[in-house]
Design a protein around this ligand. Structure first.
Ligand code: ADP
Ligand code: ASP
Ligand code: MG
Length: 605
């Protein structure tokens, strides 16, 4: 007999008929000899409706009252799902997050789960009842017993956390698509269903905008080794399994706060090539990386900063043994990349050989802004200047001077409480467990991002630390972080621009907060652009595969889509494009990687 947690999303409980269908499925699972804990979301678009209601009353409602309001949606669902089960003759009991004892931080609207009390649940399960739990909500660990919510889409996280706490055999996420597809089937009807995907790839996809799973649900599944499957509510098809590594036996206290960093990695065999003043127009990145790919040169990190005037800077890192080849390509192509045809100003190639990449590795790095901030603060305190930053949900990497590598690694190991013994680079990540024909597994689009740029930040150790420390204090998650390659000397101090993307809902308050900080620290203007879209490709198979980036950039160039920013990490490449080009960008990239299938007949809601 298995213990199974089944989670049903909003559309799966959107009508009376659907609630009855959910009850039938739960009953069937229970009658097959299993115990079922059900987690439900609010019915249909209830939560959106409640948000709208609040906005009609207040422009800026308090986060506490928003939690109080939004938590009611799930309370309706648990009661009616329980009734539907009882109607079928199945004993059932509904419980709110607080009644279960889903204890969270007191951080309204984005609380993380600290622990789950399982005794009451277990008692009901032992009595043969189906327990129907409200997703998305919890109760604070403080004396006031505040009702908290986990953030939009958070019922997935409630379900996986419950599965971890109860030691369930697996967790099933029932939704309105047949599983995890190569991209959002609403935007690309030919998107293909995957049988399985590894949790690192899914973590990246989820945090880059694939709404099918809440990123924190995947983070918990990874950390606790919870077997997780996404399936359709309307069929019995097998769905998509998210594969997780063997659990390392973490404690169930501070469930979502537990040690986020598992390791520190470094690589001293790297060199950096920067091209300054390349024109800001479609096709430039495609041309450069297309040529590099033809020479079979594998590029590691790529960043392209925000444009100044009408030119951009592109920087990338390669392994030292192939530096000469990469340098030759960059030098050969730079005269062709004139930003002002006819004028003498042409792209300039800068080579930096003495660099190292240090990375912290784990899960949920973007969702926990304090983690990257701690890395930057640790490096600053060790007197290490950061030249390039690459962030992703599973890794934050900094490019630094190679003479600083040893002390950086040592300081990071101490800061993240890791054993200090390991002083040699880790072997490269193991190959992906699946045999996918394409190095790219999925494509994601995030239309809810904005870009902030701070001009003229002094280039010295501690600047990233100060900036991202501030953002972490306000609990603002940052995704792409890019420091410009070009230096402006202002009053004798070299300065760079720093640009990053954040959730649009945080944009204005963050801009305001940073403007205040800018005048205090002597930074320049803080510029906000909300008219952006971020399109990303993800795949563990792109490690060590030349040409993947080039293919993505070429697909965009072919459709005259200009790339405003590029940021990569090992298993993802993200490009910022103008907002109106977002959907088209997603479609052409999906097609370029031949991810499309012929069958688009998934059951629609
Ligand atoms: P639920 O209410 O069940 O939690 P969501 O709306 O939160 O459902 O998530 C399911 C939706 O996620 C799908 O309807 C689909 O439009 C969207 N989606 C985005 N990317 C993907 C993807 N790669 N695979 C499947 N669905 C995706
Ligand atoms: N009802 C909440 C929302 O709409 C939680 C969820 O559906 O996961 O965001
Ligand atoms: Mg959801």
């Amino acid at each position: 007999m298995a213990l199974i947690v089944q989670k049903y999303g909003g559309s799966s409980v959107g009508t009376v008929e659907r609630i009855q269908a959910v009850a039938e499925r739960v009953l069937k699972t229970q009658l097959a000899g299993n115990s079922v804990v059900v987690v439900v979301s609010a019915m249909g678009k209830t939560t959106d409706g409640l948000v709208k209601l609040a906005q009609e009353i207040s422009k800026n409602p308090s986060r506490r009252e928003m939690d109080m309001l939004l938590a009611t949606g799930e309370q309706v669902s648990i009661a009616v799902v329980s009734m539907a089960l009882q109607e079928l003759g199945q004993a059932a009991i509904s419980m709110t997050g607080a009644q279960v004892g889903i204890v969270t931080e007191a951080e309204h609207s984005r609380a993380r789960i600290l622990h789950i009390e399982t005794e009451r649940l277990q008692r009901h399960i032992n009595e043969g009842k189906v327990v129907v739990v409200a997703g998305f909500q919890g109760v604070s660990s403080t004396e006031e017993l505040e009702i908290t919510t986990l953030g939009r889409g958070g019922s997935d996280t409630s379900a996986v956390a419950l599965a971890a706490a109860l030691g369930a055999d697996f967790c099933e996420i029932y939704t309105d698509v047949p599983g995890i597809l190569t991209t959002d089937p609403r935007l690309v009807p030919q998107a293909q269903l995957m049988d399985e995907i590894n949790c690192d790839e899914m973590l990246e996809l989820a945090s880059l905008g694939a709404k099918v799973l809440h990123p924190r649900a995947v983070e918990i599944a990874k950390n606790y080794g919870v077997p997780l499957v996404v399936r359709s509510s309307w069929t019995d098809a097998p769905g998509t399994w998210v594969t997780t590594p063997k659990p390392i036996g973490r404690e169930l206290i501070n469930l979502e706060l537990a040690r986020p960093v598992e390791d520190v990695e470094f690589d001293t065999d790297q060199a950096r090539i920067a091209l300054l003043r390349v024109p800001d127009k479609p096709g430039v990145a495609a041309r450069l990386f297309g040529e590099i790919a033809r020479q079979e040169v594998d590029v590691d990190l790529i960043i392209q900063s925000i444009h100044e005037g009408n030119s951009n800077d592109i920087a990338f890192t390669v392994m030292t043994p192939i530096l000469k080849k990469a340098e030759a390509v960059a030098a050969a192509i730079s005269p062709a990349l004139r930003s002002h045809p006819g004028k003498s100003e042409e792209a300039e190639v800068l080579i930096e050989q003495n660099i190292a990449k240090v990375s912290i590795v784990g899960a949920g790095m973007i969702g926990r802004p304090g983690v990257a901030a701690k890395m930057f603060i640790t490096l600053a305190n060790a007197g290490v200047n950061i030249q390039m930053i690459s962030t992703s949900e599973v890794k934050v990497s900094c490019v630094i001077n190679s003479i600083d590598c040893d002390k950086a690694v040592k300081a990071l190991r101490i800061a993240f409480e890791l054993p200090t013994s390991s002083t040699s680079p880790l072997p490269p990540s193991s190959p992906p467990p699946h045999s996918s024909p394409s190095p790219v597994r999925g494509v994601a689009l995030d239309m809810n991002q904005a870009r902030l740029a701070i001009r003229h930040v002094p280039d010295r150790p501690g600047m990233a630390a100060k900036l991202f420390g501030l953002l972490a204090e306000y609990n603002v998650s940052v995704d792409m972080i890019i420091q410009s390659q070009r230096c402006h000397v202002i009053n004798g101090i070299p300065t760079r621009d720093i640009a990053f993307t954040i959730a649009r809902m945080d944009a204005e308050s963050t801009q305001y907060m940073l403007q205040k900080a800018a005048s205090e620290y002597g930074w320049g203007e803080v510029v906000l652009d909300s008219e952006i879209a971020k399109v990303s490709i993800v795949g563990a198979g792109m490690v060590g595969q030349p040409g993947v980036a080039a293919k993505m950039f070429e697909a965009l160039a072919e459709h005259q889509i200009n790339i405003q920013m590029i940021a990569t990490s090992e298993i993802k490449i993200s490009c910022v494009v103008e907002k109106d080009a977002g959907v088209k960008a997603l479609q052409v990239i999906h097609e370029a990687f031949e991810l499309a299938g012929v069958d688009s007949s998934y059951p629609k809601s």
